[in-house]
Design a binder for this molecule. Structure first.
Ligand code: SF4
Ligand code: SF4
Length: 146
């Protein structure tokens, strides 16, 4: 993409297409998370939302996601507190914190597969809650600055 709109616009200034284009397709926000009782730390599991297509890492009913899945995280520029539930790699979270997009981001590379090639997504390592309720804890929700 030649127009690096994320460098000249704030999140609230972006139009709907620009806002959606920020999503790198990692699907990490579609993975179930668990909270450790004692520490309060949150960890990703390898168990994906029932609406996630495990091959494409895309929601199979994006338009109706909030109605169909009660805890689906709907992101908006006026609710940046919700970004704390996103991985440190996520463009929404990064831009809200004044960081740039990572080099592998599809808006930089022009190739939607680079998020998988950079091993940011869990593609190939996910299970669907449609098939099992057993999961493995993968890693800590990354709330650290990069
Ligand atoms: S974590 Fe961020 S970039 Fe990844 S799928 Fe969710 S919204 Fe998109
Ligand atoms: S409803 Fe769709 S966007 Fe929401 S968590 Fe599930 S797969 Fe992800």
């Amino acid at each position: 993409m030649t127009d690096q709109f994320w460098k000249r616009k704030t999140l609230p200034e972006m139009d709907a297409a620009e806002w959606e284009a920020l999503c790198d397709g990692c699907a990490l926000c579609c993975m179930h998370k668990v909270e450790e009782e004692d520490s309060g730390e949150v960890f990703y599991t390898n168990l994906a939302c029932r609406l996630l297509d495990l091959k494409t890492c895309r929601c199979t009913d994006y338009a109706n996601r909030a109605r169909r899945v009660a805890d689906c995280l709907t992101l908006s520029a006026d609710n940046t507190a919700a970004f704390e539930w996103l991985p440190a790699s996520c463009a929404y979270r990064r831009l809200a914190r004044g960081q740039d997009l990572p080099d592998w981001h599809p808006l930089i590379t022009g190739d939607p597969s680079t998020v998988h090639e950079a091993c940011v997504s869990l593609r190939g390592d996910m299970l669907s809650e449609n098939d099992t309720d057993e999961y493995t804890v993968i890693y800590k929700l990354n709330n650290e600055e990069e």
